[in-house]
Design a protein around this ligand. Structure first.
Ligand code: COA
Length: 145
């Protein structure tokens, strides 16, 4: 099968969103709840890409909103797998903003950590592949797509 080495590695996920007026709060900047929903989606994609199972959010913590994002900006979400337990996966998610018709950016606006749990066909927690991978063969497998 053909491999594209430019694609995001299996322990990461990236998403780009355009901030529409419907995504903003009463001050005309990105609403925090929308930001967390997008971060949650990126964390989900990262987790499911790693474990190849259903995955649900168990915990969100350490979310820092550093700067606001104006309507019309783009944001890029980067989710990275940090560690795994038996059935859980901890991801770091960053959100970077860029105003495409201005010089500034990209600049980091939000960072948080998300714990996702893999579910088996019975909807109970099920084991996930370890991260970091514990041997060379799993490293190779994890990085292949
Ligand atoms: C997440 C959930 C599956 C855990 O089920 P559970 O029966 O409590 O499972 P367990 O106690 O066996 O824990 C399973 C794993 O989740 C982790 N976990 C559970 N709750 C957690 C929490 N609040 N914070 C961090 N980790 C948590 C455990 O540490 C364990 O990790 P490990 O296997 O790597 O050691 C269950 O609480 C659930 O379904 N929650 C709702 C999820 C949801 O609807 N999310 C929003 C929409 S996606």
């Amino acid at each position: 099968m053909q491999k594209n080495t430019d694609l995001t590695p299996r322990h990461e996920a990236r998403m780009v969103q355009l901030v529409f007026p419907s995504d903003t709060n009463q001050y005309g900047v990105l609403f925090g709840g929308i930001a967390i929903a997008w971060m949650d989606q990126a964390a989900y994609v990262c987790a499911a890409r790693w474990c190849r199972r259903k995955a649900v959010t168990a915990h969100i913590d350490a979310v820092d909103f550093r700067r606001s994002v104006p309507v019309g900006a783009t944001v890029e979400l980067i989710a990275r797998l940090m560690s795994t337990g038996r059935t859980s996966m901890r991801m770091e998610v960053e959100m970077w903003a860029e105003v495409l018709d201005a010089e500034e950016g990209p600049y980091q606006v939000v960072r948080g950590e998300f714990v996702m749990v893999a579910l088996g066909d019975d909807n109970r927690p099920t084991p996930v592949p370890p991260f970091p991978p514990q041997d060379h063969s799993s490293t190779t497998k994890s990085n292949s797509r």
